[in-house]
Each structure stands twice: as structure tokens, then as C-alpha cells.
Design a protein around this ligand. Structure first.
Ligand SMILES: Cc1cc2nc3c(=O)[nH]c(=O)nc-3n(C[C@H](O)[C@H](O)[C@H](O)COP(=O)(O)O)c2cc1C
Length: 542
């Protein structure tokens, strides 16, 4: 994210821009300064922008503006203060608008004229009728440029301090709105998912992946097949192949740096299964809350609240996973409890994919499977607990206080439907321990235990990150239940159709995906925030 300050001459861009940049602690670049230094290095002459324009003409000056934009177009986390005419060029505009907040400074036109004429009339003004020519040009530029502004600040009145703080307030509003985008996840590696379970397709757009990284449809398909319905006797019998199509951002199996768009068609929706519950709120589903919030809902399978949306996350997560694997990061997620049957603690990571419940021990897996089938026979469903281990995370990921890695991971996992709780390390058991038992003592250059689950102060310690996640029993059950219809009358419901009697096994690849996206984003951010750290640990994309 970067801030681009633009607007008419004498609107206060330089003074206010530098002040704001200092207060919020980001570097600033002024395109006029870049133009003057490029000109001086090319010609050996030190001239102001005004003088360059007068001596060399408009076209020459416009080329210098394009060169200045080229110098800074890839910078992030900075303030860019542009000259008054620079963004009139659509090429400059499209480069500087990308990933930016655009702030337009303006002022009363007479005040602007007073400031401009005192500082020397700009060369693009008709000297015969300078004031009218200034107003005309001001109006022309404003008509073109104003619509691009995210924030408009009038600098006619107020001290620099007051105006700067007004900008900072608006900036934080704008940032929080952008960060709050509920269909997008991540800051530097951003994933947006789209689509509903009974629409034509679902998919994801992943942005922020640099060019040159090997990725193929097979890499993504491999992960999607792990989440796909119809894998075993305990998953839904829906026949979705979940075939992924890469629409953009990958050429000859390498990323191009452009947004990667991934599409999965909905092949087997059978929407008529939902006809009889069109006006009824299914217990345990988001039907009631969507209706109360939006006043309209797609009754066919829950729309955006459907577990189907998570296929889009898995497609994006597959890319993050592959990138992290190159850096030696391994994510293991497995069932440790289903319907009251606990994992024995035996077995190995290699066994996880060898049974339908994804448990490391075949014997425990069999018991869990039997329990699920028993519940299904009774028209009911089961929940469970998943343990996640993330190995190979370097120390230093996570940004106190609101960007802690623990809060980011929890938020990523809690965004998955049916997840009702998350704990780290010894989690809720810590309540029973003493400090002497809970602390991870250190000796010989390392931690002697990992009660904290690989996180201290919300920052990764370098030890494995360990989490446990509670998944509730599947809401759609065949047993009769009491509920309300959209007229708020009492009715009875039986949810037929094709549902997992236990969501846990299919939620596991979704959890791995959300973890991979979170770690990749946190690593990319840390590498940018602390170049010294990056010298040791590198960028996740290297
Ligand atoms: C992979 C996956 C598949 C899911 N499949 C189903 C399903 O077949 N039937 C169902 O009732 N809920 C299913 N869910 C859960 C619902 O999406 C979720 O419980 C519901 O939207 C209510 O949200 P909440 O549980 O977070 O409150 C699934 C969730 C995931 C992650």
C-alpha cells in the first residue's frame, strides 16, 4: 500500500506530504525532485522543473515525468508526491494508481492563484490573461483528475498540523475499510474468493505473487482433490470434480506477476433439493443471520456461507503451500478427535492421507470412521478436533500488537465455516499449569519445550507452531428439528440431500490452505519491514 498525493500547483502537496510522511514513518518521493535530478545527471545542469519546462518544452518535460514514474512505480509503503500535471498522462496514472491511496489536495481557486502568482507564474499559463488561463486549466485538470481521488482535502483553511492530521485520520479510515474487505484475505499476498455454491462457478484471484514461480494446474488440482466431495464412504456423495482452470497470471507453468485467477465450475449443484426449504431457516446454518443482515439470501446451499466456497481457498492456498515448501515449511493437519474418539497419539505423518478421517494412527482412524457411519445411520452428524503443526517457520513473523501472527492465524482459521474454536500450544490446558510448568525454558541456544506453541508476544519463535481447532457437527442432518420460516412461524425441518456426516476430514485441506496463505503473507511483510532480517531469512519468494 502506498499513498499518492496529487492536486493543483500550490495546494500544499510538498509541505503537507512531507509532514504526513514523517508522522506516519514512511519514506517519501517527490516526482519534481526526481525529474530535476534525472535532468541534472543527464545534462550536467541543475535546473528547477519550471526552468526545464521553459527551456526544453512540454513534450520533453512529459517524457521526464514518465521516467520519474518508472523509477518509483514498484515502490511500496511510501508517500509519492506528484507534480500537478504528472497524473494527466494515463500511463502514469495507471502505474501510480495500483495498490495506492490517492489523496487530492485542493483549495479555493483565488487562494491558489495568489500562492501561484507569488511564487512565479507557471510556464503553461497564457501570459496575456494569466489569471483566467490559470482558472481554466485548473478546471480542466480537476475534471480529469478528481474522480480518481480516494480522499479529497481542502487546504484553503487550517494550519499544516491540522491539515496533516485530517489526512492521517482519513487515511486510517480508508485503510481500515480496504483491510476490512470481507471477501479478501491478506495484505501483501491477497486472495479474493468469489462465487456461490449453486451459481455457475466459484474461484479465487490471488495477487502479490511475483513472476517466475513454477506453478501448474496439476499442483493446484492435487490439493483440490483432497477437499473434493465423494472421496470416501464418510464424505458427501456429491459428484464435483472440482477441476481448476487457471485463467490468468501463469504462462508456460510460471507466474507472470499478474493476478492469478482460478476458476472451478459447479458441476453437480442439484438446486431443486433446496426447493422445499426455500423459506425455512436451517438450524446451525447461516440462513437466519444472512436473512436478518441482507434481507435476501440464496437458499440453495447457503450461497457464500456454503462449505463449497472453501474450494476457492484451497486453490489459492495450493500456490502459497508450494511457495512455502521451497522454503522448507511443512504444514501437517490431522484429526485428533472425532465424535469423542481420541487419537491414540501413535502413528506418523505419512499415515494421515492413508485413511478417510486423516488421523495419523490407522486404528484410531477406524474407530472414528465407525463412529461417523453410526451417526449418519441415525440421521445425525459429528464434530471433532484438528491439530495443526507448522514446521520450519523462521523466528520473527508477526506484527504486534494487532497484527500478531497468533491473531492472524486464528482469524484465518476462524473464517472457515463450522470452526468454533482455536487454541495454541498447550492452549486451554495452560489454565491448569503453574508458571514453572508452562514457561519454555531456554538453554544451549534453543527452547527446551514448546508449551507456547511456537509463538511469544504474537511473534514466531522458530519452534513448530502448534494449534488445535474445534469443528462443530455438520448442521445439515436428516433428523427432524424445530425451526422458523421467513414469516417467523414455527415449522419442522428435515434436511435431506448430500452432506458430510462429519466435516472434519474435508476441512483439513482448507485449514492447511489458510495457514499457508497467512504464513506467506506474514513472511512477505516481515521481509519488507526489516531488510536486516531479510538478509538472514530471505524473502519467501526467493
Ligand atoms: C469443507 C467444508 C464443507 C462443508 N460442508 C457442509 C455440509 O455438507 N453441510 C453442512 O451443513 N455444513 C457444511 N459445512 C459447514 C457450513 O458451511 C457452516 O457450518 C455454516 O455455513 C454455518 O457457519 P458456522 O458454522 O461458521 O456458524 C462445511 C464446511 C466446510 C469447511
Amino acid at each position: 500500500m502506498r499513498i499518492v498525493l496529487y492536486g493543483p500547483k500550490a495546494s500544499g502537496k510538498t509541505t503537507i506530504g512531507k509532514y504526513v510522511a514523517e508522522v506516519i514513518g514512511v519514506p517519501f518521493y517527490e516526482t519534481d525532485e526526481l525529474i530535476e535530478s534525472t535532468y541534472s545527471s543527464r545534462t550536467g545542469q541543475a535546473k528547477s522543473c519550471r526552468q526545464i519546462y521553459l527551456d526544453e518544452g512540454k513534450d520533453f518535460f512529459s517524457k521526464l515525468e514518465v521516467d520519474a514514474v518508472r523509477e518509483i512505480e514498484n515502490l511500496d509503503w511510501c508517500m509519492i508526491i506528484t507534480g500537478g500535471s504528472l497524473l494527466l498522462n494515463p500511463e502514469n496514472r495507471s502505474k501510480l494508481r495500483k495498490n495506492s491511496i490517492l489523496i487530492y489536495l485542493t483549495a479555493d481557486k483565488k487562494i491558489l492563484w495568489n500562492r501561484v502568482s507569488n511564487a512565479g507564474i507557471p510556464p503553461w499559463i497564457d501570459s496575456e490573461c494569466p489569471e483566467e488561463s490559470f482558472y481554466e486549466e485548473l478546471e480542466r485538470r480537476e475534471e480529469i483528475l478528481l474522480p480518481y481521488a480516494d480522499i479529497v482535502i481542502d487546504t484553503t483553511n487550517g494550519t499544516i498540523d491540522e491539515l496533516a492530521h485530517k489526512i492521517i485520520e482519513k487515511l486510517s479510515e480508508e485503510i481500515s475499510i480496504r483491510m476490512n474487505s470481507p471477501n479478501t484475505f491478506g495484505d501483501l499476498v491477497r486472495v479474493t474468493t468469489f462465487g456461490e455454491s449453486h451459481g455457475p462457478a466459484i474461484g479465487a484471484v490471488i495477487d502479490g505473487i511475483p513472476p517466475g514461480i513454477e506453478i501448474s494446474e496439476e499442483d493446484i488440482q492435487k490439493e483440490l482433490d483432497r477437499r473434493r466431495p465423494g472421496q470416501s464412504s464418510i464424505t458427501t456423495r456429491r459428484k464435483e470434480t472440482d477441476k481448476v482452470h487457471i485463467l490468468s497470471g501463469v504462462f508456460e507453468n510460471k507466474t507472470t506477476g499478474a493476478p492469478i485467477a482460478l476458476l472451478i465450475y459447479n458441476e453437480d449443484p442439484k438446486s431443486h433439493h433446496y426447493d422445499n426449504i426455500k423459506d425455512v431457516f436451517r438450524p446451525g446454518h447461516a440462513d437466519y443471520t444472512f436473512f436478518m443482515k441482507f434481507g435476501i439470501r440464496d437458499h440453495r446451499g447457503g450461497g457464500r456461507a456454503s462449505g463449497r466456497e472453501t474450494a476457492a481457498r484451497v486453490s489459492a492456498g495450493a500456490i502459497a503451500k508450494k511457495i512455502l515448501e521451497r522454503k522448507g515449511i511443512k504444514i501437517y493437519a490431522y484429526s485428533v478427535e472425532i465424535g469423542g474418539i481420541s487419537w491414540s497419539g501413535k502413528g506418523s505423518y505419512e499415515n494421515i492421507e492413508a485413511n478417510p478421517v486423516r488421523c495419523p494412527d490407522a486404528e484410531s482412524a477406524l474407530k472414528m470412521e465407525e463412529k461417523i457411519l453410526e451417526a449418519r445411520k441415525e440421521g445425525d452428524s459429528l464434530g471433532g478436533i484438528v491439530q495443526i503443526e507448522i514446521h520450519g517457520v523462521p523466528p520473527g513473523l508477526g506484527d504486534p500488537v494487532f497484527g500478531k501472527l497468533s491473531s492472524r492465524l486464528a482469524s484465518a482459521i476462524m473464517s472457515i465455516g463450522a470452526v468454533k474454536g482455536v487454541e495454541f500450544g498447550d492452549g486451554f490446558k495452560l489454565a491448569l499449569l503453574r508458571g514453572s510448568e508452562a514457561n519454555d525454558a531456554m538453554a544451549d541456544g534453543k527452547f527446551m519445550s514448546n508449551h507456547s506453541g511456537g509463538l511469544l508476544g504474537g511473534i514466531s519463535t522458530g519452534e513448530p507452531i502448534v494449534m488445535r481447532v474445534v469443528v462443530k457437527p455438520t448442521s445439515s442432518i436428516a433428523k427432524p428439528q424445530k425451526t422458523l420460516n421467513t414469516k417467523f412461524e414455527n415449522v419442522e425441518i428435515q434436511v435431506h440431500g448430500r452432506h458430510d456426516p462429519c466435516i472434519v476430514p474435508r476441512a483439513i485441506p482448507v485449514m492447511e490452505s489458510m495457514i499457508a496463505l497467512t504464513i506467506l503473507d506474514a513472511w512477505a511483510k516481515q521481509a519488507k519491514l526489516n531488510p536486516e532480517w531479510a538478509k538472514k531469512w530471505g524473502s519467501p519468494f526467493e
